[in-house]
Design a protein around this ligand. Structure first.
Ligand code: COA
Length: 329
């Protein structure tokens, strides 16, 4: 089938208002602003309020995306929520969102691909459109990571933040613009390097799980770092090759925002100069599946993302999973 089959017709974002700085962590954990900035590039991140959840943040982000796409919630044929921090184990956050939006014609389901979830979602949305499952699909990257992070563990607490970003993926090409390539992959042998070991059906929630705090994220940071650099590099190469473009033609690269050093290494490998790379990790930290749509919306609002640009999106996350796409914006 000839691409583009689909394009991104509208973006929206929800950024929680509470700012938590590195200094806030340094007041109660053995860490410092200097350590966090040097090792990660993060200066501050957002924490959702108690009443905010992935579905409510996604709902708030969706209004702008629908308006931008010129459609209403009733025009959506599917809602895909990529999240590692769903509102509940059952039902899907996508179904909770479907009800809040009144998207009465939409199928709704979650995908679990961690930080690569938005790229996986775009890939699935394009496939659904190609097989005749509707004209407009909402792809959400939303996270309330502060709820699944041990706030007393300095090696993870400082990294993660909350937020949601959404994209309406619509049928056809807009003036020849749209999704030119997609790539996604995984290696589940490395599952234990970044995991929530307890609280699932393999080790259901119990006093033991809570006492051991194994219902929170555990990460082997240095190992994750090494794989992130390697797999993000493969993902860049594949999306660029499949799109039939050259690295020097990329106008804007929007990588998953985990760590400035991973972003720098990925850009260097892909031969994309740093001035063409979107960076929000300093302001929002790592928001997992939400990081790419949040950064895209930020790029659009600040005038860095313009129609006609060749855009490379690339992500890596728990699983491990990784993926990429090249879009003529
Ligand atoms: N403040 C101060 N010191 C800290 C710290 C913190 N917040 N967190 C860890 N340390 C300490 C460690 O205890 C360790 O001390 P030791 O040498 O006495 O044992 C030291 O800093 C170095 O730890 P290490 O984990 O090797 O540091 P690092 O340079 O690899 O940086 C990360 C740690 C987490 C920033 C880095 O590994 C990373 O970003 N990994 C990828 C994480 C990621 O992106 N995950 C999501 C993937 S989508």
């Amino acid at each position: 089938m000839q691409r583009p089959i689909a394009h991104i017709a509208g973006l929206g974002v929800c950024i929680p208002t509470r700012v938590v700085t590195n200094h806030d962590f340094a007041e109660r954990l053995e860490t410092s602003d200097q350590w966090i900035v040097e090792r990660t590039g993060i200066k501050e991140r957002r924490f959702a309020a108690a009443h905010e959840t992935v579905s409510t943040m996604a709902r708030d982000a969706t209004a702008a995306a629908l308006a931008r796409a010129g459609i209403t919630a009733k025009d959506l044929s599917a809602i895909i929520v990529a999240t590692a921090s769903p509102d509940r184990p059952l039902p899907s956050t996508a179904c909770l969102l479907q009800a809040q939006l009144g998207a009465e014609n939409a199928a709704a389901f979650d995908i679990a691909a961690a930080c690569s979830g938005f790229i996986y979602g775009i890939t699935i949305a394009e496939g659904l459109i190609a097989t005749g499952h509707g004209d407009h699909i909402l792809v959400v990257g939303g996270e309330k990571l502060t709820a699944i992070t041990d706030q007393n563990d300095r090696s993870t607490a400082i990294l993660f933040g909350d937020g949601a970003g959404v994209a309406v993926v619509s049928k056809g090409a807009r003036d020849g613009r749209g999704i030119l390539s997609t790539f996604f992959k995984s290696d589940g042998r490395l599952a234990d390097l970044l995991t929530i070991p307890g609280g699932g059906t393999a080790d259901p929630i119990s006093e033991k799980v809570v006492a051991e705090r194994s219902h929170f994220m555990r990460m082997a940071g240095r190992e994750v770092f090494k794989h992130a650099v390697l797999e993000m590099a493969e993902a860049c190469d594949e999306a660029i090759r499949r799109a039939g473009v050259k690295p020097e033609e990329i106008d804007l690269m929007v990588p998953h925002q985990a760590n400035i050093r991973i972003i720098d290494a990925t850009a260097k490998h892909a031969n994309v100069p740093l001035e063409k790379v979107m960076v929000t990790v300093d302001r929002y930290g790592n928001t997992s599946a939400a990081s790419i749509p949040m950064a895209l919306a930020d790029a659009e609002a600040s005038g860095r993302l313009k129609p006609g640009m060749l855009v490379l999106l690339v992500a890596f996350g728990a699983g491990f999973t990784w993926g990429s796409t090249v879009v003529r914006w």
